[in-house]
Design a protein around this ligand. Structure first.
Ligand SMILES: Cc1cc2nc3c(=O)[nH]c(=O)nc-3n(C[C@H](O)[C@H](O)[C@H](O)COP(=O)(O)O)c2cc1C
Length: 169
């Protein structure tokens, strides 16, 4: 008899195990950015999901107390930069020291003044529509005000590793 794939065990799963298991779900990588009082903020995320088409909405989940997450809530607006596979360095930069994240970067700006990272495969500008607490993170719902994309291969994240997307024939 074949073994069931999943054994439900007593107690809750260990958070590290959960992170590893949910990492089986490959995602893209984005940097969410905003600007408050002339100061730019940005962080690497993969908790980005499309939610609604009419109106166009997405969600992203910053850790509670995140510097960028707090700035997004304060400003009430943010931009999403979906990274290309040539932007691997940015994914690390926007995890490391907050102060250096925007150093020496050529930025573009949305109509609303959100910092945009050139070379990304897509940009979306959002207004914060709602924030829902969820465990140690917040679910930030964004209504998409403007978006655009371009040709290019996305950066892909799977089980802690970065890779590139390959189109099958
Ligand atoms: C691939 C990848 C995905 C990540 N996704 C998220 C995420 O969805 N939410 C989050 O809070 N942190 C995420 N992080 C971690 C944040 O980028 C990191 O904690 C960052 O320092 C937070 O920015 P802050 O200092 O402005 O709060 C991710 C990191 C990596 C490398």
């Amino acid at each position: 008899m074949s073994r069931p794939a999943l054994h439900m065990e007593a107690g809750r799963p260990d958070p590290r195990q959960f992170r590893n298991v949910i990492g089986s779900f490959a995602t893209g990588i984005a940097i969410v950015t905003t600007s408050v009082d002339g100061e730019h903020y940005g962080m690497t995320v993969n908790s980005l999901t499309s939610v609604s088409l009419d109106p166009c909405m997405l969600l992203v989940c910053p850790r509670r107390g995140s510097t960028t997450g707090d700035a997004i809530q304060k400003r009430g607006e943010f931009a999403v930069n979906i990274l290309a596979d040539t932007q691997r360095d940015l994914s690390s930069r926007f995890v490391n020291a907050v102060a250096a994240r925007f150093n020496d970067l050529d930025l573009e700006f949305s109509g609303g003044g959100m910092p945009l990272l050139p070379g990304s495969v897509a940009h979306l500008c959002c207004r914060v529509a709602a924030v829902h607490p969820a465990g140690d993170h917040d679910i930030v719902l964004g209504e998409v005000l403007a978006c655009s994309d371009r040709e290019g291969r996305p950066l892909v994240f799977h089980k802690g590793a970065f890779g590139a997307f390959r189109v099958e024939d």
